[in-house]
Design a protein around this ligand. Sequence first.
Ligand SMILES: NC(=O)c1ccc[n+]([C@@H]2O[C@H](COP(=O)([O-])OP(=O)(O)OC[C@H]3O[C@@H](n4cnc5c(N)ncnc54)[C@H](OP(=O)(O)O)[C@@H]3O)[C@@H](O)[C@H]2O)c1
Length: 163
Amino acid sequence: MKECEWISIAAMDINRVIGSGNKLPWNIPKDMIWFKTATKGHILITGRKTFESMKKIYPENEYYILTRNRNYTSDQVNVKVIHKIEEIPDTGSEGKKVWICGGSEIYKATIGKCKYIYITQIKKSFEGNRYFPEFESDFYLEQVFYEDEEISIKKYKRATKGV
Ligand SMILES: NC(=O)c1ccc[n+]([C@@H]2O[C@H](COP(=O)([O-])OP(=O)(O)OC[C@H]3O[C@@H](n4cnc5c(N)ncnc54)[C@H](OP(=O)(O)O)[C@@H]3O)[C@@H](O)[C@H]2O)c1
């Protein structure tokens, strides 16, 4: 069986908050730049709500949108609508990686199959009602990419076999 190479990428606060309604609770441009750079040219998986909240769709990325609505369509050539977690490709091809980009429902539904998690840890608390799932018992910290007084960017790798 082919190993799953999904990479989850998220920013969360000290209480695991990632969102408030359909919005990010913060505006941290350096984290947006990090997200855009890391995922550029790759396959991005999002829930329908997160996709609709994205300010810009980049032509070099391939987007897979998860929705249970069979009538949901997109006329953009680089946007594919899917209806099940099982339709997410296990791995990318031609050097493309599969990035799980949220939101909370999609992180929760995919965390058991992710190989890596990139977390921007925001060192404050914010009001919010969307959370990143617990993952720490199944992953170990592999690298700290960046650290300042406001955020740190960390890469985790799965320590135990995924589901
Ligand atoms: N901090 C971060 O890094 C980060 C990143 C991304 C998003 N966010 C935040 O997360 C929040 C959005 O998260 P959310 O949980 O509300 O919504 P979401 O995960 O973006 O989207 C949920 C939608 O995805 C579809 N869906 C979910 N599970 C599915 C499944 N198993 N099969 C098929 N479709 C499925 C459904 O769409 P239908 O209703 O169309 O059926 C569902 O309503 C926002 O606040 C956003 O700003 C934060």
